[in-house]
Ligand binder design. Structure first.
Ligand code: ARG
Length: 258
């Protein structure tokens, strides 16, 4: 008798397990059918986007923000690492759905893409050798050699300063290397990225000057044909700002200072 009960129990258990497994499969199927948000970034711009110990796990403020936005919209987020000056062409070609890359909202880019609402306030600052007393601000860059990342607002602004030479390099890491190698007198870059480099690299030979050249707003860029996605992203961003998630992500990367 007890054996019979045991058999019945086992049969019942197996039925339950089959149901659970069935559920599992259904969930998996739903996940497979899940919409994918193809995100483009240039992941060499800490603290916004960078590759940490595990190069496939992109880290940074932008990365956390876009994952939270994807979650809010019910999309699976797929990150693609693209050269900065290749991001807008990539978006136009339909290879990616959205750019999040510390990208400044400006008129020139608005000709080509739709921008989300602004999500971060930034500006440009100068990095020079610590021993250099000749450069105290942007005025002093006349006749000097400057390194910038190609395709950025730094590159555009540097060309207006009457510099002797503007070296346009592929990444912001390359601009720091160039300054350290004394190939240039200064680097122009986004302030938070310059500041982060000083702290993280423990490089004691360079300094960031306090003056800011511009005030810039970062936005996510979307294909002109995809106004619907722009609306969805703005709604998700607003929700994250309202429910405190944006502030949490902000505090994780920048502390409390705003
Ligand atoms: N904010 C600047 C711009 O939009 C620089 C952005 C560079 N971003 C990057 N991930 N390298 O031009």
């Amino acid at each position: 008798m007890s054996k019979k009960i045991l058999v019945l129990c086992m049969a019942a258990l197996m039925a339950v397990m089959a149901m659970v497994a069935g559920c599992g499969n259904d969930n998996k199927k739903a996940a497979e059918g899940e919409k994918v948000l193809k995100v483009g970034t240039n992941a060499d711009f800490a603290p916004f986007e960078f590759q940490g110990a595990d190069p496939s796990a992109y880290e940074g403020f932008d990365m956390d923000l876009i994952r939270a936005i994807g979650e809010e919209m019910g999309y699976k987020v797929e990150i693609n690492n693209v050269a900065f000056d290749g991001l807008i062409p990539s978006l136009e070609a339909g290879n990616i759905d959205v750019i999040i890359s510390g990208m400044t909202i400006n008129e020139e880019r608005k000709q080509k893409v739709l921008f989300s609402d602004p999500y971060y306030k930034s500006g440009l600052s100068i990095m020079v050798a610590k021993s250099d007393d000749s450069i105290k601000g942007f005025q002093d860059l006349k006749g000097k050699k400057i390194a910038v990342q190609i395709g950025t607002t730094s590159a555009t602004e540097a060309k207006k300063l009457g510099s002797a030479e503007v070296k346009e390099l592929n990444s912001s890491a390359d601009t720091f290397i160039e300054l350290n190698a004394k190939g240039v007198d200064a680097v122009i870059n986004d302030r938070p990225v310059n500041d982060r480099y000083i702290v993280e690299s423990k490089n004691d030979n360079v300094k960031v000057l306090p003056e800011l050249l511009t005030s810039e707003d970062y936005g996510m860029a979307i294909n002109k044909k995809n106004a619907d996605l722009q609306t969805k992203i703005n709604e998700a961003l607003k929700k994250l700002k309202d429910n405190g998630k944006y502030d949490q992500i902000y505090a994780k990367w920048f502390g409390d200072k705003k």
